[in-house]
Design a protein around this ligand. Sequence first.
Ligand SMILES: Cc1cc2nc3c(=O)[nH]c(=O)nc-3n(C[C@H](O)[C@H](O)[C@H](O)COP(=O)(O)O)c2cc1C
Length: 317
Amino acid sequence: MPFKEGSLIFAPMEGITDVHYRETILENYPEWDFVATDFLRAPSVGPYPVKHVLKHYGKTSYEDPNKQSKTIYQMLTTEDALTEDTVSKIKGLGFKWLDLNLGCPSKTVCKHRGGSFLLSDLVALRKVIKIIRASFPHTFTAKIRVGYKDDTLFKDILRLLEEEGVDAITIHARTRDEMYKGVAKWEYVKTAVETVNTPIVGNGDIWTVEDIERYFEYTKCHSVMIARGALKTPWLARLYKNGLVDSQEIRAQEIKRYYRSYFERVDKLDMEELKKIRRLKAISRYIFDDLEDGEQKKRSFLLSKTREDMFSLLESL
Ligand SMILES: Cc1cc2nc3c(=O)[nH]c(=O)nc-3n(C[C@H](O)[C@H](O)[C@H](O)COP(=O)(O)O)c2cc1C
């Protein structure tokens, strides 16, 4: 298997996991085994210039072999899009791990028959998987939900991906129509492990060190991927790997370090101050939750109008 069992993967998140954010994570929290880009959408007309494929990933991470070896390139496509051309450019640049987004629930993406829509059309799905598998000789993984409208095709989807030689399957254990409702059902991941031999990466509602431990024990999955839990506790992989227990002190100290480090990168970008402030707000939906008066602190942070206000709140933690 191209990646080791028990890996902890920082999930792809559109609007968050661009190169600046990923590098902040890799440098401050190297205990994450992998991070993922958000999705590059294969175009339906006009091939992508290679430079766009590179830009989506970020030149600085591309030029750093350590960062490159820990980064997953995610793409999204449809039956009619220029899949082969896009994949050949990703391969041509030398990337070694390509992930296909089959979980995106967005109305626009699904209207164009991409993302989770493909889970409802297995003929189109097989066609797309075959194209990618034939064009990409390195690690090729698929990130799915348990179905589109319901879970009736779940096992068929798993078997299809196994037959077509996908290297691992990440499962966000909800259907597309469930969006983010309720709690992800971990039992789907257990079922998947029992259904196919392809390594399974479990995803959905893993928030704490205890969750990671229980998740591995219950589902027997190969690895886990964490999105919102990683935004809440970006140092979660460190806690897990070093057997540490989170506390108010650790949270306060890490939150300061994390925001300072991210903002240092953001501040070098050629963009308006307002956009820089928005970037800090975009990563702040969950991180204050476990602090004393967390709701109040989050509200003040999200209402802050200047960097000075934001950082004075952070320094007071
Ligand atoms: C803000 C945000 C953006 C996301 N963008 C992507 C994306 O670009 N690609 C993808 O495969 N999943 C994306 N997801 C889904 C997550 O990767 C993950 O599957 C989902 O949030 C469930 O995991 P969690 O319970 O750990 O959050 C996104 C999730 C969030 C919250």
